[in-house]
Design a protein around this ligand. Structure first.
Ligand code: IMP
Ligand code: MG
Length: 412
């Protein structure tokens, strides 16, 4: 069995889509286990950009089965549109390529309205994506939610403003609804198959362990993968973390490593740092190793994929935050409250920048010296190995330093 959880190690938008797409070349199955269409995974394949909000990234390959696990929230209008979009591009031709769990809770138009209303009355708005995700999880926990099994049953009558659209969506979705957990467990038990779990958002946005209250409403940590997939924890193997070479945040909340205006703007433009779901500009900051260390511990990752290193090319001095200074005290861990976190000053280490990264770079030694030093420092500070470095947005624009599928198999 090889199953790997691909988990965001920051505040989402780490480039999980690209990393999952790379690994999915060898995968039999890709499973989403949390969140809803607040997520946006941008894929740049053969010069075309596709953004997936709910269907797993494995759908870009013909050989993968893609599963929307029970921990995911489904907005039927968004899912139906996404199925149609992919089918129009020749994907998901075989109905067996997509499985939707009957236990997914359904986001309805009223959840989206409530999300907007709650945001506008909050004293400190969270900057939610207004996709109805929080209110839908509220209904799930209050035991009054509607699940996909209810939604597609003839007994449940659809009424209200969007009834016709919802009925149409129901017809598109229904053929894909099957026992997801059984299929996932089956492939996880097969020693010759690779199953990937594709996280949404990132560890720092986890409802329990992230930067509360500036978080999303689901568990995003790797430990949630078996719960959200409906299988035993014993069937899930290792986690690989995904982190940008810097940090971004969309939405509100403290952001200690915010870059100075000019660099923030440069990185945003060069890295296309605009929300894939909402289009909002993302705030850009220097790599926050204090926060990243916490994610590495929570998700027990041995390997980390470092994406978008090329975006930092051309900057004279690169910084990484290794300590927080709070009330004159230096600390190497995150404070427990948002109020304290708001007040920390970052303590940085500095690296010489580099001009460009060779687009044909193939191994570590092909990377510029400054980039090599940056990577080695990150590995030592975090106690992880960097398995992949992103050097461009497209498929194949990465330097693979470790074949994690092979290494995890060998370690068994
Ligand atoms: P919600 O998940 O829409 O309720 O938003 C709560 C917080 O999580 C806000 O700060 C959002 O910007 C953030 N968030 C939710 N999904 C994503 C994502 O996929 N990437 C980055 N931030 C996200
Ligand atoms: Mg995203």
């Amino acid at each position: 069995m090889t199953s790997i959880v691909c988990v965001g190690a920051q505040w989402g938008d780490e480039g999980k889509g690209k990393v999952v797409d790379t690994l999915a070349e060898r995968a039999r199955m890709v499973v989403r286990y949390n969140g809803g269409n607040n997520a946006g995974h941008s894929l740049n394949i053969d010069g075309e950009t596709i953004v997936l909000h709910i269907i797993p990234t494995g759908a870009m390959w013909e050989h993968t089965i893609n599963v929307i696990g029970a921990g995911v929230l489904v907005d039927p209008l968004v899912l139906a549109a996404e199925i149609e979009l992919l089918q129009s591009k020749g994907k998901l031709k075989d109905k067996r390529c997509l499985i939707i769990s009957p236990f997914c809770h359904v986001i309805l138009p009223e959840h989206r309205e409530r999300d907007s209303n709650q945001e506008s009355t909050r004293t400190n708005p969270l900057g939610t994506t207004k996709r109805g995700v929080g209110p839908c999880y509220e209904d799930k926990v209050s035991r009054k939610g509607i699940r996909i099994a209810d939604f597609i049953s003839e007994d449940w009558t659809i009424s209200g403003g969007m009834a016709a659209e919802l009925l149409n969506a129901r017809d598109i979705i229904a053929p894909f609804v099957r026992d997801a957990a059984k299929q996932i467990a089956h492939f996880c038990k097969d020693p010759n198959e690779l199953v990937l779990f594709e996280g949404a958002q990132g560890t720092m946005l986890d409802i329990g362990y992230g930067t509360y209250p500036f978080v999303t409403s689901s568990h995003t940590v790797a430990a949630y993968a078996p719960v959200g997939a409906g299988i035993s924890h014993r069937l899930v193997g290792e986690a690989v973390g995904i982190s940008k070479a810097y940090v971004t945040r969309v939405g509100t909340g403290p952001f200690p490593t915010q870059m100075m205006d000019k660099i923030d703007q440069l990185v945003r433009e060069k890295g296309s740092e605009f929300g894939a779901t909402t289009g909002r500009p993302r705030k850009c900051g220097w790599l926050d190793l204090v926060a990243l260390k916490r994610a590495v511990k929570i998700d027990q990752m041995r390997f980390l994929a470092l994406t978008k290193l090329d975006v930092l090319s051309g900057i004279d001095t690169i910084k990484a935050c290794t300590t927080y200074i709070l009330d004159g005290q230096t600390m190497d861990r995150m404070p427990h409250t948002a109020e304290e976190w708001e007040r920390v000053e970052p303590g940085y280490v500095y690296f010489d920048g580099w001009d460009t990264i060779d687009e044909n770079a193939f191994s570590f030694s092909d990377l510029p010296t400054g980039a090599q030093e940056f990577i080695t420092f990150i590995e030592n500070y975090l106690g992880v190995q960097i398995c992949l470095v992103g050097i461009g947005p497209g498929r194949g624009e990465e330097v693979v330093l470790h074949d994690i599928v092979e290494e995890y198999n060998g370690a068994k």
